[in-house]
Design a protein around this ligand. Structure first.
Ligand SMILES: Cc1cc2nc3c(=O)[nH]c(=O)nc-3n(C[C@H](O)[C@H](O)[C@H](O)COP(=O)(O)O)c2cc1C
Length: 488
């Protein structure tokens, strides 16, 4: 039997989830031929329209597997961008998803335990939509392979998943996979014939004021995505309170986050990659009104938007776009749009944006009623902005902020920028601060950080080996023939 671990972490061999998966293989039966596909070693082009040989190679390697284990750390409430991209490719390019119907799926996920439940339910849905039989997942608190909360607990979870995977394949596949969503809802490239047929005539914007510029932040390029182009055009023609600026994330060629956490360890929260995002982000921050536009793919926003969000993740923890008012349009997610856009609202509200209106789907809309819906969105954004309506403090916003504070309080020496920001807001107790200070000193330079990382990892390995030896000794004792001890 073949088991393939698809590791989506950008951190390669350093990745916590990858290392946990490697460890788990020790508990697998000998019947398995184990293979790892590390997506960081592939260079899948973000241009999803073209199929490429790298993608063919990945599919070839896992389509004859009996079990696929998605292995990843959470990145802003979603899969890491490279795994997201692979899934976009699958829904866009694999003509017959029937090739996956004999495969069982499982997942290994490490994170700070913020949004892991959401991501695991999404990977379950995506696996089932591919026709796979979803078995089980494990979610572990882990940070960057440095240490795990409680390694014995981690090990027990690894053993638990291995026990499930070791079951005979007939038992694993006894239930047919459920698939409640249409394939087109999961595909990144969208087509809306009704909307695209014509761009409606709208009034010219002669009487435009210039008090409140509006930003359209489109995930896809308007050069290649007709739906984005039509929406942007209608918004530009309809907006009356100022000039409209369009930023297309696809055109920026942003590098995807490599999970180094440099932004949070050393510096002011800006990403180490110098590909122009810092300048574009400053521009984005200068707007007080914005409309976000993205296709829905894989039950969430698309790859380009995801890359952007990962790169500004420190700002998500410190309300980097505070006092902005806006709306979100997601197109092509069918009935999944509601929950997908709901999660985007959560992220943007953490960013400080007052999201006052969303359009979770464009299916069944004609060009004329699309136009009226977009106008309504613009009116609501303008009204809320003028009235300075504060962000509604929903219970999940409070919970998310508390969770971030909690993670930071425990890992304050790692999430330095988060810690500094929250400390200024006075959210930590003195006890939390006292616990963090020694860690802050120990981890104060990159060299020390690397050394401590190595030290932490070696300690985990030593403890694991010791536990395995103990277990082996116990097993040997259990299987001794009776009376054996008398001759010792
Ligand atoms: C850009 C970025 C975003 C992250 N977002 C989350 C998050 O939303 N929730 C969470 O619990 N942890 C988050 N984390 C922490 C990672 O999930 C955690 O470090 C995980 O162990 C990384 O796994 P890996 O080493 O396999 O890549 C984030 C880390 C990075 C670099």
């Amino acid at each position: 039997m073949k088991i393939v671990f698809i590791s989506g972490s950008p951190r390669g061999k350093e990745s916590g989830s990858y290392q946990l998966a490697q460890y788990l293989t020790h508990f697998l039966d000998e019947k398995f031929r184990v293979e790892f596909i590390r997506l960081d070693a592939f260079r899948l082009s973000p241009d999803i329209r073209e199929k490429n040989s790298e993608f063919d190679e990945i599919i070839e390697r896992f389509q004859d597997a009996d079990i696929v284990v998605w292995t990843f750390g959470i990145h802003v409430g979603d899969l890491p961008a490279s795994l997201k991209l692979l899934i976009e490719y699958i829904f866009q390019h694999v003509p017959d998803l029937g090739i996956f119907t004999n495969i069982c799926a499982a997942a290994i996920c490490t994170s700070g335990r913020l949004f892991d439940d959401i991501v695991l339910s999404r990977i379950r849905l995506l696996s089932q939509a591919m026709g796979m039989h979803y078995l089980e997942d494990i979610a572990i608190t882990g940070n960057q392979g440095l240490f795990y909360d409680d390694d014995e607990y981690t090990e027990s979870q690894a053993r638990r998943l291995a026990r499930v995977l070791n079951k005979p394949s007939g038992i694993l596949r006894d239930e047919p996979p459920l698939s409640a969503c249409k394939r087109e809802w999961l595909q990144p490239v969208k087509d809306f014939p009704e909307i695209l047929r014509a761009v409606p005539e709208t009034e010219s914007a002669d009487s435009r004021g210039d008090d409140h510029p509006l930003l359209i932040l489109s995930s896809r390029s308007v050069k290649s995505d007709r739906t984005a182009a039509v929406c942007a055009e209608i918004i530009t023609k309809s907006y009356r309170d100022g000039p409209v600026e369009l930023i297309c994330l696809e055109d920026l060629n942003l590098k995807r986050c490599d999970g180094c956490l440099w932004c949070n360890h050393y510096g002011d929260g800006t990403c180490k990659f110098k590909d122009g995002l810092d300048i574009v982000y400053k521009r984005i921050q200068s707007f007080s009104r914005m409309i976000v536009l993205t296709p829905g793919t894989g039950a969430s926003d698309d790859y380009y938007h995801k890359v952007f969000i990962d790169r500004i993740w420190v700002d998500i923890h410190r309300e980097g776009l505070k006092s902005t008012y806006g709306g979100i349009i997601m197109y092509g997610s069918g009935t999944l749009g509601e929950s997908a856009v709901g999660f985007m609202v959560r992220v943007y509200r953490l960013l400080g944006v007052n999201i006052v209106h969303t359009i979770p789907e464009l299916f069944d809309l004609t060009a004329t009623n699309l136009s009226s819906r977009l106008k309504r969105m613009l009116e609501q954004v303008a009204e809320a902005h003028q009235a300075k309506d504060p962000i509604p403090v929903s219970s999940n916003l409070i919970a998310d902020r508390r969770a971030i504070t909690w993670i930071t309080a425990r890992w304050g020496y790692i999430l330095v920028t988060d810690y500094d920001y929250l400390k200024k807001k006075g959210v930590f107790t003195w006890r939390e601060r006292m616990r963090i200070i020694p860690g802050r000193i120990l981890f104060s330079t990159p060299t020390r950080y690397r050394k401590l990382l190595r030290f932490g990892r070696n300690r985990i390995t030593r403890n694991r080996i010791a536990r395995l030896k103990l277990k082996l000794a116990e097993m040997t004792r259990e299987y001794r023939p009776s009376g054996f001890g008398e001759y010792e």
